[in-house]
Design a protein around this ligand. Structure first.
Ligand code: GRF
Length: 190
């Protein structure tokens, strides 16, 4: 059985979708750890409620990013984690974790990359006035949302007038696409 860790900083709806897919046997893996850089975030609370071990440490309490990631890496090794899924983790992954997990780190982003990288992709899409946006799952490299694209799903937003409507529709896509894509990557690669 593959042990994964989910990295998240926010509310954790994608994290819950992954846990649900595991419980429903759509995803044959074990979520060994939830890693968060925000100890107060809702996702940490949700992980505890669902019985998932958590590592919630803020980078501010470490002398460097390298030291921060080295501590995360120790815990990942202790839990025999072989794959990392970022789900709303609001930090760039550094060389320490990238070298330890080559082509074994993926991220979900709420736009059709390479459009609207970085923060507030939905807001960027609205300001640009595009009629179609979507969701991308990609491998993580040293850049911001620049790694090789694995899967995408588009969303017609021409009739969605508010940010709330767009975000709800994006989340609905994400909660299906992420577990489905993880299942196919893990079947092929591991
Ligand atoms: C998602 O929209 C994801 O694409 C982005 O951050 C958001 C996280 O949402 N990277 P949640 O915390 O999973 O609800």
């Amino acid at each position: 059985m593959t042990n994964i860790a989910v990295f998240a900083s926010g509310t954790g709806s994608n994290f819950l979708a992954i846990l649900d897919a595991i419980e429903n046997k759509e995803l044959d893996l074990h979520c060994a750890l939830l890693v968060s850089d925000k100890p107060q975030s809702l996702v940490v609370e949700r992980a505890k409620q669902r019985g998932v071990k958590t590592l919630a440490i803020t980078p501010k309490s470490f002398p460097s990013k390298t030291a921060y990631e080295a501590t995360i890496l120790e815990h990942l090794k202790k839990h025999h984690v072989s794959f990392l899924a970022l789900a709303g983790y609001m930090r760039l992954i550094g060389p320490t974790l990238l070298q330890a997990y080559p082509r074994r780190i993926v991220n979900i982003h709420p736009s059709l990359l390479p459009s609207f990288k970085g923060l507030d992709a939905v807001g960027q899409a609205m300001s640009a006035g595009v009629k179609v946006t979507g969701v991308t799952i990609h491998y993580v490299d040293e850049g911001m949302d620049t790694g090789e694209i694995i899967a995408q799903e588009s969303l017609d937003i021409s009739n969605l007038t508010t940010r709330e409507h767009i975000e709800t529709a994006i989340h609905t896509i994400e909660h299906q696409l992420y577990p489905k894509t993880l299942a196919s990557i893990l079947k092929e690669d591991l």
